[in-house]
Design a protein around this ligand. Structure first.
Ligand SMILES: Nc1ncnc2c1ncn2[C@@H]1O[C@H](COP(=O)(O)OP(=O)(O)OP(=O)(O)O)[C@@H](O)[C@H]1O
Ligand SMILES: [Mg+2]
Length: 302
């Protein structure tokens, strides 16, 4: 744990009752986020990223069995992959931004609401905020909808913005613009961000620190530049290789083999069936955490 951290999560486990068995989809995950930090959570589909995000935002369904040693309580706001689903189709965008506020804090009554909503629209880069304030979500483009969602999130004045694949549904140019906007909000407002992505190349120039998740566990974490310059975990290495190759050749690539199903996680190191440097011990023992300064990983290899 860092001394001045904003969020401190210890041993977060999320289980579901599947066919009579409690199955962990997130397994003893611990991490921290410092104030003003952008932290990326990356990993392939199904490894538990969204479950972590939903638990932090208090949005998990009642069927989830959540265990956490302790977590300080902070105000979070969340943005999602599909902004259209997160917006109310029959309510004007301006009103939806105002809805994000607690009714008790008085800003509604003071008549400042609209002024602040317009300022927020402007801050997230929406032109002609006065006109846009009165429009419905379907009158916005995909990128503008994500900007509107970010404005709604900011209206809640969160300590932490959780962004779950917020650019995955957008084309590359718009994707870059949204990343730029989040970076600007981080630099200008000191907004702390947990940014979730399956794409390591996307977070490379953006996140201060990166955590790599596999099969419900965080298997490596470090300053983003160290994750790239000296990845330790074979899974991280494979993710970097795949992201790099895909980018250079403009193709969609995946790591050989598939992400294990939570009902059937492999013994020992969960990555061992796909690992090309696997050893006997990896098959039945989960690797101990190795820490080298701020770089942490769970693998027998140094
Ligand atoms: N309500 C539920 N009941 C049972 N299993 C669930 C439930 N919700 C999620 N899971 C399982 O939890 C695992 C982790 O899901 P999660 O959505 O967190 O993955 P993810 O890393 O966000 O993947 P993606 O990149 O596809 O968004 C998956 O195997 C999923 O099937
Ligand atoms: Mg997800």
């Amino acid at each position: 744990m860092q001394h001045d951290c904003l969020l401190d999560v210890n041993d977060l486990t999320i289980q579901y009752n599947i066919e009579g068995n409690l199955v962990p989809v997130v397994d003893r995950v611990s991490f921290f986020i410092n104030p003003g930090e952008i932290v990326a959570l990356v990993g392939e589909s199904g490894c538990g990223k969204t479950q972590v995000a939903l638990s932090l935002a208090g949005l998990l369904t009642k069927t989830a069995h959540v265990n956490m040693q302790d977590r300080n309580s902070i105000k979070t706001a969340m943005i999602f992959q599909d902004p259209l689903n997160a917006l109310n189709p029959v309510m004007k965008v301006g009103k939806q931004i105002l809805e994000g506020w607690s009714k008790e804090d008085g800003r509604w009554k003071m008549g400042d609401g609209k002024k602040i909503a317009l300022e927020l629209l402007e801050q997230v880069g929406i032109d002609e905020p006065e006109k846009r304030y009165h429009q419905y979500p379907h009158e916005f483009s995909g990128g503008m909808r994500q900007r509107a969602l970010i404005a709604m999130a900011l209206a809640q004045e969160p300590d932490l913005l959780i962004a779950d694949e917020p650019t995955t549904a957008l084309d590359v140019t718009i994707q870059a613009q949204i990343i730029d906007l989040l970076r600007e909000l981080n630099e200008k407002r000191g907004l702390s961000i947990l940014f979730i992505s399956h794409d390591l190349s996307l977070v490379k120039s953006f996140a201060h620190r990166t955590m790599v998740m596999y099969a419900g566990r965080i298997v490596e974490s470090a300053a983003t530049e160290n994750i790239y310059s000296s990845p330790k975990h074979p899974y991280t290495k494979a993710l970097i290789q795949v992201a790099g190759l895909a980018k250079n050749n403009d193709v969609f690539l995946t790591i050989d083999g598939s992400v294990p199903d939570p009902r059937d996680y492999p013994s020992g190191c969960p990555f061992h069936p796909r690992c090309d440097v696997v050893e006997e011990v990896c098959i039945d023992t989960f690797p101990k955490l190795i820490s080298d300064q701020e770089h942490n990983w769970n693998c027998i290899h140094k």
